[in-house]
Write a protein that binds this ligand. Sequence first.
Ligand SMILES: Nc1ncnc2c1ncn2[C@@H]1O[C@H](COP(=O)(O)OP(=O)(O)OP(=O)(O)O)[C@@H](O)[C@H]1O
Length: 334
Amino acid sequence: MSDAVTVPDRNDDAATDDPPPAVSVRGLTKTYGDGDETVRAVDDLSFDVEPGTVVGVLGPNGAGKTTTLKSMLGLVVPTSGSVSIAGVDVHGDPTAAYAHVGAMLEGARNVYWRLTVRENLEFFASLGGRRPADVRERHDELLDQLHLGEKADTPVNDLSRGMKQKVSLACTLARDVDVAFLDEPTLGLDVESAVELRRELRRLAEEDSMTVVLSSHDMDVVQAVCDRVVVMVDGRVAADDTVENLVEAFGTQAYRLTVSGLPSDARDRLDERYDVADWTTVGGQVRFEVTLPDGTAMYDLMDDLRAAGATPDRVEPTALDLEGAFLELVGGER
Ligand SMILES: Nc1ncnc2c1ncn2[C@@H]1O[C@H](COP(=O)(O)OP(=O)(O)OP(=O)(O)O)[C@@H](O)[C@H]1O
């Protein structure tokens, strides 16, 4: 991992031997414009990211995600508040703080398409002051992990979009950093490349203790990769919890039911009362999917089925998803 830096004492860390959070955001506020035109893009935002975790920053368009990521990276100067990386204040000592950090902000656009994959890695490592000979082993490892080894000497221009995106991720990590900021890392990738990138992000966190902060509109990616999610609405934290807790607390609950003896007029009544889909008839049985707002609605549904003279033969929960929880939290806005 990156060279050690001197970690200054901070009041809240001084009393314990615990390592400081990989990233700490305290009271971050950013306003654009002034007078009547003022936009409060980020409003008193605070959260910590523990080392080796993957945290997703989510929110509808205009919620302040990009401003937050850019403030964390020092690309936007906050109006107030602070950000520290591994205990180092990014505005006080940016060089020491950013020695830890790699960022992928614009997909594959940060990569030099005329250079080969390895030349790109060497270039990005040199930006962090590393000599090619010192990082060669690390680059071989990265190329191997991202299945880019065979393409090491190919100009990036000749690669598929998925591979270009992986080169971009490799360049983000080329300096041997321990915190990676990724904005929409899977945007525009085909399913297979997205799955591979997801797997690699999990591996980086679990095996290399990499800390990852990512923003994405793709809830499947977030659900598969993130340990924790910070949901932003109007520049503020609307929720900050593990994916499991958010899904449990806010996720809609979907079930596949198989019932016998359901009269057709009862089917219309169920359609009216519940969010039902995918009706199929198999022999004397009827199968359908229903999405319920909470656990108690299942009792109502069972009562209604019995009152109609039907027998529920099978109830199978289908996966709860983060998308439902997210929509619930942000009031239906994507
Ligand atoms: N440079 C700027 N000048 C003025 N207003 C800005 C600027 N950058 C962002 N904003 C405003 O700040 C608010 C937050 O924008 P930001 O891009 O951070 O949100 P976001 O959550 O990343 O949105 P998206 O998902 O659409 O990228 C929006 O109202 C946006 O119009």
